[in-house]
Design a protein around this ligand. Structure first.
Ligand SMILES: NC(=O)C1=CN([C@@H]2O[C@H](COP(=O)(O)OP(=O)(O)OC[C@H]3O[C@@H](n4cnc5c(N)ncnc54)[C@H](OP(=O)(O)O)[C@@H]3O)[C@@H](O)[C@H]2O)C=CC1
Ligand SMILES: O=C[C@H](O)[C@@H](O)[C@@H](O)[C@H](O)C(=O)O
Length: 312
């Protein structure tokens, strides 16, 4: 299939506006992730999102090797690969070893984008989930960011950015960064539209990437609300599309990139088929009025996560 996915400029790189997520719950086995990624490459995906904590780096690396082997792609450079620094390594001296571990897992020499996963640090390997609050603190962003900058200067990644950062935290980074964050990857979908974040990032030249664009259906941190939203279904029906496609197209029309996960062949094809039609002003206006509902995985994974969230 011809790759007709639009590209966006991010930190001096071009990035396909849709990326395939590789986080799943319960975590899929390596063979499932590998075959889903190979299938996705065959369907035109060129952008993949992983993280140390997902446990999917190895399988993604194997899929890339396989795609090269069977000639689906000619060179690794045709792909855009993102990984993320986990909270147990969110301190200056642990960042370079962490990205090297991710690269080793992926069998790659460089990442395209390396993100700080959360503005949080775990003092040790969490003793349980939800992580006890005494094991969690707010990241020392200045020292961690300088190590992220070193990752880029060393050529371990082409661009650096953050994830789940508030505008307040972004402002902090911008006050000292030699290399500003290229991306903030945040939850964004018609039920959590990120209007303020979108305006802030536009003004500061930071690209917004949307994770959970379908509400992370099927995971313990997600829900099915997107698929139960009558308005989205109504719009989808009228256009001969699905609610998922309407959501993904909506994110794209906001100027954000879309990171969505499907390991199902038909749905991954459906999800990438959003670039030759558009939403009307009237439809966009109706979506803009949907009551907002933030669904944060912090409250699932961290004890008193909502209190902590207020600090971030
Ligand atoms: N930075 C961060 O903190 C976070 C990053 N992420 C990243 O973003 C990616 C996407 O987010 P994620 O939480 O996975 O959730 P999504 O919002 O992309 O939803 C994925 C779920 O929806 C299902 N699905 C996918 N396409 C369709 C469709 N067309 N119709 C119906 N159901 C569909 C999938 O099932 P199936 O596979 O069976 O199709 C899966 O259960 C993650 O994989 C991860 O890479 C996610 C959360 C947080
Ligand atoms: O342990 C915590 C979880 O992994 C969570 O914070 C992340 O996995 C997040 O939901 C994501 O998918 O990026």
């Amino acid at each position: 299939m011809e790759n007709k996915v639009p590209m966006v400029s991010v930190g001096g790189l071009t990035m396909p506006v849709i990326g395939m997520g590789t986080a799943s719950y319960p975590p899929a086995d390596a063979a499932t992730v590998k075959s889903a990624v190979v299938e996705a490459i065959g369907s035109g995906y060129r952008h993949f999102d992983t993280a140390f904590i997902y446990g999917s780096e190895q399988a993604l690396g194997e899929a890339i090797a396989e795609a090269l082997n069977i000639g689906l792609i000619k060179s690794r450079d045709e792909l855009f690969i993102t990984s993320k620094l986990w909270c147990t390594c969110a301190e200056h001296d642990l960042v370079i070893p962490a990205i090297k571990t991710s690269l080793e897992n992926l069998q790659l020499e460089y990442l395209d984008l390396y993100l700080i996963h959360w503005p949080l640090k775990f003092s040790k390997e969490p003793s349980r989930i939800p992580v006890p609050k005494e094991e969690v603190s707010v990241i020392d962003i200045e020292s961690v960011w300088s190590a992220m900058e070193e990752c880029k200067l060393l050529g371990l990644t082409k661009a650096i950015g953050v994830s789940n950062f508030s505008t307040k935290k972004l402002d902090q980074i911008l006050s000292f960064a030699k290399i500003p964050p290229a991306v903030n990857q945040v939850e964004m979908n018609p039920l959590w539209q990120q209007k303020e974040m979108k305006e802030f990032c536009k003004a500061k030249g930071i690209h917004v990437s949307a994770h959970s664009p379908l509400g992370s259906k099927g995971t313990i941190w997600g829900d099915n609300r997107i698929f139960e939203c009558d308005l989205l279904e109504e719009i989808a029906k009228a256009k001969g599309k699905t609610s998922a496609q309407v959501c993904l197209r909506w994110v794209y029309e906001q100027g954000a990139s879309v990171i969505t996960k499907s390991f199902n062949r038909e749905r991954m094809k459906e999800n990438i088929d959003i670039f030759d039609w558009s939403l009307s002003w009237e439809e966009l206006d109706k979506i803009s009025g949907i009551p907002q509902h933030k669904r944060s995985s912090l409250t699932v994974f961290i004890e008193d996560g909502s209190e902590l969230e207020a600090e971030l």
